[in-house]
Write a protein that binds this ligand. Sequence first.
Ligand SMILES: Nc1nc2c(ncn2[C@@H]2O[C@H](COP(=O)(O)OP(=O)(O)OP(=O)(O)O)[C@@H](O)[C@H]2O)c(=O)[nH]1
Ligand SMILES: [Mg+2]
Length: 234
Amino acid sequence: MALIDMENGVVRVRIVYDGAPHVGKTATIRALAHKLSSNSLLQYSDDLDINLLEYQGGIYDHLPIACQILSTPSHPQWHQRRKFLLSQADAIVFILDSRPEGLALGLEYLRQLQEFLKQLPDPAPLFLVQANFQDIPLALDTEKLHRFFINPTIKIMETSTLEELGIRETFVMAVRLAVERLNALKEKFQLFQGKLDFKTLEDWENTLHIQQSIPERTSLSLLMNELEKPKIVL
Ligand SMILES: Nc1nc2c(ncn2[C@@H]2O[C@H](COP(=O)(O)OP(=O)(O)OP(=O)(O)O)[C@@H](O)[C@H]2O)c(=O)[nH]1
Ligand SMILES: [Mg+2]
């Protein structure tokens, strides 16, 4: 989606935070808004369970970079909405619950993300892994996590939203990936001037409803619904 917005005199990029349910997407974007405070605006859609944060910082080709930061809805029943959001990204921060119990589902979501990125036209968005929950003693660190990845070049950033550690650094790294994509688009003469297509939270709500209005019944979504049912104790 990267573009030059001449009307507002900025370069626009989109950074999407993705990951399995309850890995800390909302907590990360809230912590980031807190860290970036003065230049940022945070909104949340109850309807769609997505966060939207606007932030202006950094320079590209003499123009300020305006970042639109979003999170994906993580329940597998909204798979099409997740895919659409990912397709609109310049850079993706994949959040992983680094506790041993969070790993299996996280790696499945990462596999889905990588499969999906392969289908996008070149240059596809680049991603990094945010290894969250590092304040928990049993959480796996970068070195241990690398053993689970086939690709040894995957960038891993350690974070804790509870302690607000690594959140800003991870975001800065994501902006660098977005700049890499800007360069790749420029090289291919695909960095165009234009207007931001989905700007407000309302634009996103309308678009995502159009992308998918009915929850998908995949085996993973049915399993998650079962797991999320409140347990009746007699
Ligand atoms: N200890 C600890 N708790 C965390 C951390 N990050 C998130 N949490 C907690 O984990 C829970 C889930 O975090 P959320 O930010 O709601 O996760 P999410 O990915 O937005 O969840 P969904 O949108 O429901 O998929 C909350 O209770 C957070 O406070 C972390 O780094 N350390
Ligand atoms: Mg959330």
